[in-house]
Design a protein around this ligand. Structure first.
Ligand code: G6P
Ligand code: ZN
Length: 543
């Protein structure tokens, strides 16, 4: 084995964000960029000598080339085994499952999630630990520290490993085990849910449409929904993963999954629609003519989870990220279980899941999941919905309306201002931070401010503290607005504004969300001056 030690020096900008390191693909492809980061991961986790790692990605441009580099660096650093998805494919939840099932030392997931792919778009890489979840801040801090003082990396020279066919291969002294990316994941899903009940639903004339958005869930959804559960051929659309996701944004929201939204609001709408993102961890749920917000979806899943075999004995607790609506809190209250509020980022759920304090978790950013893996899981959410509908035999819109009547409706919307100049975005946040302590008791655009603070999280399991996690303003009457800067963008800053209001009057629960939230949206602008200072007339994305 020809191990080379290549001299290098620190490269700026290798600080992992909300979910690993994301950059323009060309940046990742630049000299030593990928190699420096991979070596920093290895060093940051105490080396990979004798270790086994899962390796796979969402199939975007540069996925396979990057995997070949990673494998050669693993071999050079003394790893004993790499378990790789065939053709380099693994959805994020499938990778998380494999880490846990095979008891490995973690895994490397190549994805920029819902960001577009291609030579001029985005690429990403993250390390997940032995519990299957994204590395904790403690670990990513070590990885980042290494990127700032790295002097060399190790790599083996040689031929590419054949990852197009399954089976054991060798690379120097390391075994490269190429596996079917779908099989273990499909078996896990079959364990959690009542597949017979879902089959019964799908054979009763209930129709579905799942949009894989040209991304990694295509093969998973085909195998599970069509082949195992009997959904009609063609129920899964855009099912072949492509390096640039068909030129689109593989982001399951009403804007980027417009094709599905149009179908669900058209004359031949199926009974149930869903979509997933680039790496398969996000989901969007749509009923016939009825979009379900991620926050409402989380609340409905939590309220009805016991209808699925895996959750029959009840939930230990629920967790949501702070900007997610409080709809699920009301469910937790009713069930008499704890509800945790964490910062944005799935990694913050890991400790709660490991400690058995939470069973189901979710985020407003279209992520829902449970303790079956340590990532959010798009197809899991779809299957839990189908399992619930198989028992309830109700249209989605009716299920949602009943839920609101029982628990109240948390009107909710997120407004994103994308690619704002970073200095300006930081200044706008600083301005609000400075004035927030004087606001309680005063009126903003006619709304009385009850409280205002900057969210800081004390992890109840390991005692760690995460500061500066979003600016929160609470108004009289149950309204709330939260401001934070996205940690997943690759260009400039994205300002996210999360707006919410609780409605308990059953006769006022069918309004348009933007109208129902209009007074708070106005107060948000008065507080932040985003539109005035950026010269924009409104947000780029509204969810
Ligand atoms: C990724 C993470 C999520 C997070 C989302 C939004 O998908 O896995 O946990 O909610 O990004 O993050 P952002 O920092 O862009 O709001
Ligand atoms: Zn994702």
């Amino acid at each position: 084995m020809d191990i080379q030690t290549v001299e290098t020096g620190p490269i700026n900008g290798q600080k992992p964000g909300t979910s690993g390191l994301r950059k323009k693909t060309k940046v990742f492809m630049g000299p030593h960029f990928l190699e420096n980061y991979v070596q920093s991961i290895f060093d940051g986790i105490g080396g990979v000598s004798g270790k086994t790692l899962i390796v796979g990605g969402d199939g975007r441009y540069f996925n396979e080339r990057a995997i070949q580099v990673i494998l050669r660096m693993m071999a050079a650093n003394g790893a004993s085994r790499a378990i790789v998805g065939q053709n380099g494919l693994l959805s994020t939840p499938a990778a998380s499952n494999l880490i846990r099932k095979r008891g490995t030392d973690g895994g490397l997931i190549l994805s920029a999630s819902h960001n577009p792919g291609g030579p001029d778009e985005d690429f990403g890489l993250k390390y997940n630990g032995p519990n299957g979840g994204p590395a904790s801040e403690g670990v990513t801090d070590k990885i980042f520290a290494r990127t700032t003082d790295i002097t060399s990396y190790k790599i083996v020279e040689g031929e590419d490993v054949d990852i197009a066919s399954t089976g054991d291969k060798t690379l120097g002294d390391m075994v490269v085990e190429v596996i079917d990316p779908v099989a273990d994941y499909a078996a896990l899903m079959e364990n959690l849910f009542d597949f017979d009940a879902i089959k019964g639903l799908l054979s009763s004339g209930f129709t579905i449409s799942f949009d894989a958005m040209h991304a990694v869930t295509g093969p998973y959804a085909k195998a599970i929904l069509e082949h195992r559960l009997g959904a009609a051929e063609g129920s899964v659309v855009n099912a072949t993963p492509s390096p640039d996701f068909g030129g689109g944004h593989p982001d399951p929201n009403p804007i980027w999954a417009k094709e599905l939204m149009d179908r669900m609001h058209g004359p031949d709408a199926p009974d149930f629609g869903a979509a997933s993102d680039g790496d398969g961890d996000r989901n969007m749920i749509v009923g016939k003519g009825c979009y379900v917000t991620p926050s409402d979806s989380l609340a409905v899943l939590a309220a009805n989870a016991t209808l699925a075999p895996a959750y029959r004995d009840g939930l230990k607790g629920i967790a949501r990220s702070m900007p997610t609506s409080a709809a699920v809190d009301r469910v937790a209250e009713k069930l008499g279980i704890d509800c945790y509020e964490t910062p944005t980022g799935w990694k913050f759920f890991g400790n709660l899941l490991d400690a058995g304090r939470a069973t189901i978790c979710g985020e407003e950013s279209a992520g829902t999941g449970s303790d079956h893996v340590r990532e959010k899981d798009g197809l899991w959410a779809v299957l839990l919905w189908l399992n619930i509908l198989a028992q309830k035999r109700q249209p989605v819109a009716q299920l949602i309306a009943d839920h609101w009547t029982q628990f109240g409706r948390n009107y909710y919307s997120r407004h994103d201002y994308e690619a704002v100049e970073s200095d300006l975005a930081n200044r706008l946040m600083d301005d609000m931070r400075t004035k927030m302590s004087d606001l309680p008791g005063t009126e903003v655009a006619g709304l009385k401010v009850e409280a205002a603070d900057e969210f800081s999280y004390n992890d109840p399991v390991d005692g760690s503290v995460s500061k500066n996690q979003g600016l929160r303003f609470y108004f009289e009457g149950g309204g709330r607005v939260v401001f934070r800067l996205s940690g997943t963008g690759t260009e400039g800053a994205t300002i996210r504004v999360y707006i919410e209001r609780l409605e308990l009057d059953p006769s006022a629960m069918q309004q348009d969300a933007q109208e129902a939230l209009a007074p708070i949206i106005k107060a948000a602008e008065t507080l932040s001056r985003i539109r005035a200072e950026t010269g924009r007339s409104g947000p780029d994305v509204v969810t």
